[in-house]
Design a protein around this ligand. Structure first.
Ligand code: ADE
Length: 224
């Protein structure tokens, strides 16, 4: 699966994909993440990518031409399933959106800045607008990294234990049960006996009950 991320701050996206699972997925050839500097597509020698808003008001608006040039170049090279714009007024990202997007082949992600992007980019090129939550960040780069992480870990073969993505919180309707590792006792605090009993059936039952209780307490809305 290929992601093309268009941004004015490519440096912000150098590190998130260079570690752990996301790095491994790229090394295994299961995902490819290409970051494009929007300024390379600027029409003027100052490499501007924004301009004053028509009608006045504070803040700059990202111009249509650099985005159009970059998107059209990419579309000339391959077909894209989605052009996603990261924005706080998009639909809120959840597991079901991530699951759906993990079945796609090529995705372009646009990162906004300043006051926003020219509405015509959204009208003409964007197929989907996604928010990562009801708060405003300085730009779309961190949201883009969150989206790519949520998708890539679902691609078959990316996680070494394939079932582990399936048992994640939110993948079913329940949150995860608590987990423990050695030592079995630390400062007098013991791991629940059942987990060291070796009784697989009882352990599964305990985990299910814990999941249910945690969901009831923290996210009762998931049980409806
Ligand atoms: N850009 C700024 N804030 C954002 C958010 N919460 N989600 C997606 N993109 C954003």
């Amino acid at each position: 699966m290929r992601f093309d991320i268009i941004t004015v701050l490519p440096g912000l996206l150098e590190s998130p994909f260079a570690h752990s699972i996301l790095q491994r997925a790229q090394k295994k050839g299961l995902s490819e993440i290409v970051v494009h500097n929007l300024r390379d597509y600027s029409l003027n020698k100052h490499k501007n990518v924004d301009d004053y808003p028509f009608g006045g008001g504070s803040g700059m608006v990202m111009s249509i031409e650099p985005f159009a040039a970059c998107i059209e170049k990419l579309k000339g090279e391959r077909e894209y399933d989605e052009v996603i714009f990261m924005t706080p007024d998009g639909e809120t990202l959840n597991q079901s959106i991530a699951n759906h997007l993990s079945t796609k082949k090529n995705i372009i992600i646009l990162c906004g800045h300043y006051k926003g992007i020219d509405q015509r980019i959204r009208d003409i090129f964007v197929t989907r607008e996604i928010s990562i939550g009801d708060y405003v960040l300085s730009g779309g780069e961190l949201p883009a990294a969150v989206l790519v992480d949520a998708i890539v870990r679902l691609i078959p073969g990316v996680l070494s234990d394939e079932t582990s993505a399936l048992s994640d919180s939110f993948q079913g309707d329940l949150l995860d049960a608590p987990v423990y590792t050695r030592p079995a006792e630390w400062r007098g605090i013991k791991v629940p006996d059942i987990l060291i009993s070796g009784n697989k059936a009882k352990i599964e039952e305990w985990r299910y009950e814990q999941s249910l209780e945690r969901t009831r307490q923290r996210r009762p809305d998931l049980l409806k």
